[in-house]
Design a binder for this molecule. Sequence first.
Ligand code: AMP
Ligand code: MG
Length: 316
Amino acid sequence: MIVNQDIDIAAGYIREGRLVAFPTETVYGLGANALNPLAVAKIFELKERPSFDPLIVHIASVDDLDKLTVNKDSRVLLLAEKFWPGPLTIVLPKSDIVPDIVTSGLDTVGIRMPNNPIALELIRKAGCPIAAPSANKFGRVSPTTAQHVKKQLPNVDYILDGGKTQVGIESTIITLNENGFEILRHGVITREDLESFVPFHSGRDTSDSIVAPGMLKSHYSPNKPLYFLGDVHLNDMQRSNAGLLSFNTTDTEGYKIVIPLSNSGNLREYAVNLFAAIHKMEESDVEYIVAEPVEEHGIGLAIMDRLRKAAFRYRG
Ligand code: AMP
Ligand code: MG
């Protein structure tokens, strides 16, 4: 495995059908030529990802939409103009050149243009769209540095090191219906951001967002238990064995480690620091992690989605 910053070499690897972990603004991705099914198969193998969980395809030019989709929806171009490059994935009807393994057999494909100069140059130099899930073992905490990738995927061919990612959690995923957009996964681009351009229309009776395939209840799992601050289970436990991911609370006495996720009460900062803080807790000798919940509004929805999934394994 090579950890370096040479985009030409990494692009060559992609062209040869090998895997490259690379930075995006959200988290590090594990990339392969999206049009080469054998290369894409290696992603599932290395991540131990179930084949029912479709991958997002990353592009560097809006023109690629014409090749990858059979979409003629003007709302897509509007959203692309407003939010790309950026952490927004749009699920669209796929064209025949997108292999089934990328979409888990669905006739739709999730596409986004990442807002990271290294990622964009890699895609351009490789000369193909890049299919990439997060560069971690399936179900585990997403990587926000090259070191996190190395820890979880020591067998990846090449890691392009672009430092710490800027957004820290995965993209918002939407799909379009005839009346508006639905959110399949929350991210830092919020319903309110999108509503300025396209109406929200879930097409369902409930205001809950629907669940995309592969969105499991347990995900982003740390290698030790994670509880929410205020959980009754914590009443019987020793703070001196715990690590606290703090946000607003001033009651931080007695914990073995305290990692403040934002010093200014900023949810964007909470999102940026969340996975890195969980990686730190994994590497430390704390026995369990306590995370301070946030209000489920705006970016808070995305943060609570990740935290609930991280906590799930340890609940009844
Ligand atoms: P990841 O690459 O791990 O950040 O997650 C990709 C996620 O995007 C999958 O787990 C799905 O939930 C969602 N996704 C990708 N493609 C599609 C699609 N065609 N339809 C619906 N959801 C999708
Ligand atoms: Mg992932």
